[in-house]
Ligand binder design. Structure first.
Ligand SMILES: [Zn+2]
Ligand SMILES: [Zn+2]
Length: 138
């Protein structure tokens, strides 16, 4: 028997890095922390969580760079185009945050909450989307 396995595909902006995550991948949260603003160039990141070993790098592993800030978890991006791909300490951590912005296939569901709303910037507005809002990491 051939196991039925459908992966969701993701990539960076330049296409040098391609990866897959399992199809039971679930969108979880919008993160508005200051770090996510810096690395996203916007209001923050949108993330889903998977086990780190469930992220399969299909192409471009040599292009990946992981930045470990003094505080917080490691973030991984494409060294060519700068797209932020993974956070939460991937690949060393047990679980990784996968940026929804990097996924090319439709993600099932949508994030259920906004986290780090205490870090919402003066130039940023939170949408009135009815989602739970959490001050910190939630
Ligand atoms: Zn790239
Ligand atoms: Zn964040």
């Amino acid at each position: 028997m051939y196991p039925h396995f459908v992966a969701l595909r993701g990539s960076c902006q330049c296409g040098g890095v391609r990866f897959e995550v399992p199809d039971d991948f679930e969108a979880r949260a919008f993160c508005h922390c200051e770090t996510c603003k810096k690395l996203s160039g916007g209001v923050g990141t949108a993330n889903g969580r998977v086990r780190s070993d469930e992220v399969t790098i299909v192409e471009g592993e040599e292009l990946l760079r992981t930045y470990q800030p003094d505080e917080g978890t490691a973030k991984t991006f494409c060294s060519v185009c700068g797209s932020n791909l993974f956070g939460g300490g991937w690949p060393e951590s047990e679980h990784a945050s996968v940026r929804l912005s990097a996924l090319d296939d439709p993600v099932p569901g949508r994030p259920q909450k906004h986290i780090y709303v205490r870090s919402v910037a003066p130039w940023e507005s939170l949408p009135e989307d009815g989602l739970e809002r959490v001050e910190g990491s939630g």
